[in-house]
Design a protein around this ligand. Structure first.
Ligand SMILES: Cc1cc2nc3c(=O)[nH]c(=O)nc-3n(C[C@H](O)[C@H](O)[C@H](O)COP(=O)(O)O)c2cc1C
Length: 173
């Protein structure tokens, strides 16, 4: 799958909106992710209003590119749907589920000729609270990441990252 090898974080965007059918395909990619016990505990919040994207940029020191992004997708965990079916602290399989959904969307972003970047949100409580408060996200829903996206302003450099010294066949040594 070439998207895996083409994908790089894009943090600079053209002032051009993203077509709704492309956004829907990104969401469909998120819904296709694997999840523990097939719980699929995700919900997605789509943000495209300029003032909201600018507000997200203020919530994290590492989210400034949101001021240029055409849209953001916020993959969230619905703790009532996750493995365990509750918000128990030890029930953390959803973290892996949401990471898989986030990566699926990032790969579909490449397929759509778009660019995007995964912004770390969970487990930073201040960022989660700021996002939940602005967008009315209830307490049993955890905003896991923010994906800032749009048409890329420039292509990102790529290099082969394969590292044979980190691969262990059969056993460690
Ligand atoms: C959990 C996680 C959190 C990240 N948070 C941010 C972030 O807040 N801001 C940002 O610009 N990039 C963020 N990134 C993107 C990484 O910086 C990026 O993936 C890494 O530098 C490798 O570059 P590449 O994506 O181009 O391969 C995050 C990536 C992951 C997986």
């Amino acid at each position: 799958m070439s998207a895996i090898f083409e994908r790089r974080s894009v943090r600079s965007f053209l002032p051009k909106s993203v077509e709704p059918d492309k956004i829907e395909r990104l969401l469909r990619a998120g819904f296709e992710a694997p999840s523990a016990h097939n719980r699929r505990p995700w919900e997605f919040v789509v943000i495209s209003a300029r003032k909201d994207l600018d507000a997200i940029a203020e919530m994290s020191p590492y989210a400034k590119m949101c001021t240029e992004a055409a849209a953001a997708i916020i993959p969230c965990a619905n703790l009532s749907l996750s493995l365990g079916g509750n918000a128990a602290p030890e029930d953390t399989w959803w973290i892996q589920d949401l990471a898989a959904a986030t990566e699926n969307i990032l790969l579909q972003i490449v397929e759509e000729g778009l660019g995007g970047v995964w912004l770390g949100w969970y487990p930073d409580k201040a960022r989660i609270d700021a996002l939940s408060s602005r967008f009315g996200i209830p307490s049993y829903i955890v905003p896991f990441s923010v994906i800032a996206l749009g048409y890329p302003a420039k292509s990102a450099p790529k290099a082969d990252r394969f590292n044979a010294s980190r691969v262990h066949y059969g056993a460690w040594d």
